[in-house]
Ligand binder design. Structure first.
Ligand code: KIV
Length: 277
C-alpha cells in the first residue's frame, strides 16, 4: 500500500515515484494492478473525459463522482484528488470543507491544489485536519487565463526565483509532495534538491523524484494538441480504432456473432415451440 511515508521513502532512496491519472474504475484497476505508486484523479478530466477546453468548468460534484470510481479500484496506489477551480480560492473554510468531501465522499487519500505562497494558509488548514495535501507549481492549468495560455513557466530569473521560494513555502505550510508542471528541467532539479518532500514532474525533466502523465497522453488516446513532454508508450488509440473497425466489418458481413458467442436451446424445446406457434 502506497502512503505519504512510502512516497517520502522513495525520494530518500532514489526510487522514482510513478503517478498516472485515472478517472474511472476500469482504467484505475489496470493502473493499480500494474503497480503504479499513485493515481491522480486530475481535474484534467474536464478536458479528456468531458470535452471542455480547459479545467475551469470542473465542479466538486464532477471530482467526487470520478474520485469515487477510482478509489473503489485502487487497492495499492495512493489516490490523490484534485481540488477544482473555485473550491479552495474563496476562503480557508471552504477549502477545508471541500478537501474533506474529496476524502469522505470520494475516498481519496490526499488532495491536490494549485499555487504557491497564496495558498499556503489553505494547505496548513487542510493538513491540520489530517488530510495530506499535494501542491502544484509551474504551469498550473487553473491559471490559464492569467498566463495567457498553456505556457512554460519559470524561464526568467525573477520567475524562477519565485518558483523556488513558492516550493519552499508550500513545504513549510505542510504539503507532502509537489507536482512541478511545465518548467525547465534544470529549475526542477534545483527545486528537487532543495526540498525534503518529493517532487513529481510533468514536463519538468527527469531530475524530479517522480513523474506523472495523463493516461490518455501516454496511451495514444489524446486527439488534437499533444504536449511535447507527453511520450506515447503504447498506441492504444489506434488499437481501439482497429478493433472498432473489425466489429463494424464482422457485424455487417454477419460473421459476428458466430457459434461461440451465442446461447443455445434444446432441439426438443425448439420443436415444441414451433408446434405451438
Ligand atoms: O489535472 C491533472 O491531470 C494534473 C496533472 C497534469 C498533473 O494536474
Amino acid at each position: 500500500m502506497n502512503t505519504v511515508s512510502t512516497l517520502l521513502q522513495q525520494k530518500q532512496s532514489g526510487d522514482k515515484i510513478t503517478m498516472l491519472t485515472a478517472y474511472d474504475y476500469t482504467t484505475a484497476k489496470i493502473i493499480d494492478e500494474c503497480g503504479v505508486n499513485s493515481i491522480l484523479v486530475g481535474d484534467s478530466l474536464g478536458m479528456v473525459m468531458l470535452g471542455y477546453e480547459n479545467t475551469l468548468p470542473v465542479t466538486m460534484e464532477d471530482m467526487i463522482h470520478h474520485t469515487k470510481a477510482v478509489s473503489r479500484a485502487a487497492k495499492n496506489a495512493f489516490v490523490v484528488a484534485d481540488m477544482p477551480f473555485m473550491s479552495y480560492q474563496v476562503s480557508v473554510q471552504e477549502a477545508v470543507k471541500n478537501a474533506g468531501r474529496l476524502i469522505q465522499e470520494g475516498g481519496a487519500n490526499a488532495v491536490k491544489l494549485e499555487g504557491g505562497a497564496e495558498v499556503c494558509d489553505r494547505i496548513t488548514a487542510i493538513v491540520k485536519t489530517s488530510i495530506p495535501v499535494v501542491a502544484h507549481l509551474g504551469l498550473t492549468p487553473q491559471s490559464v487565463n492569467a498566463f495567457g495560455g498553456f505556457k512554460v513557466q519559470g524561464k526568467n530569473l525573477a520567475h524562477a526565483k519565485k518558483l523556488i521560494q513558492d516550493a519552499l513555502n508550500i513545504q513549510e505550510a505542510g504539503a507532502c509532495a509537489v507536482v512541478l508542471e511545465g518548467i525547465p528541467a534544470k529549475l526542477a532539479e534545483i527545486i528537487t534538491e532543495k526540498l525534503i518532500i518529493p517532487t513529481i514532474g510533468i514536463g519538468a525533466g527527469n531530475g524530479c523524484d517522480g513523474q506523472v502523465l495523463v493516461y490518455q497522453d501516454m496511451l495514444g488516446l489524446t486527439t488534437g494538441h499533444i504536449p511535447k513532454f507527453a511520450k506515447c508508450f503504447a498506441d492504444v488509440g489506434n488499437l481501439m480504432r482497429q478493433g472498432i473497425q473489425n466489429y463494424i466489418t464482422e457485424t455487417k458481413s454477419k460473421s459476428f456473432p458466430s457459434q461461440e458467442h451465442i446461447y443455445h436451446i434444446d432441439d426438443e424445446i425448439m420443436n415444441q415451440l414451433k408446434e405451438n406457434f
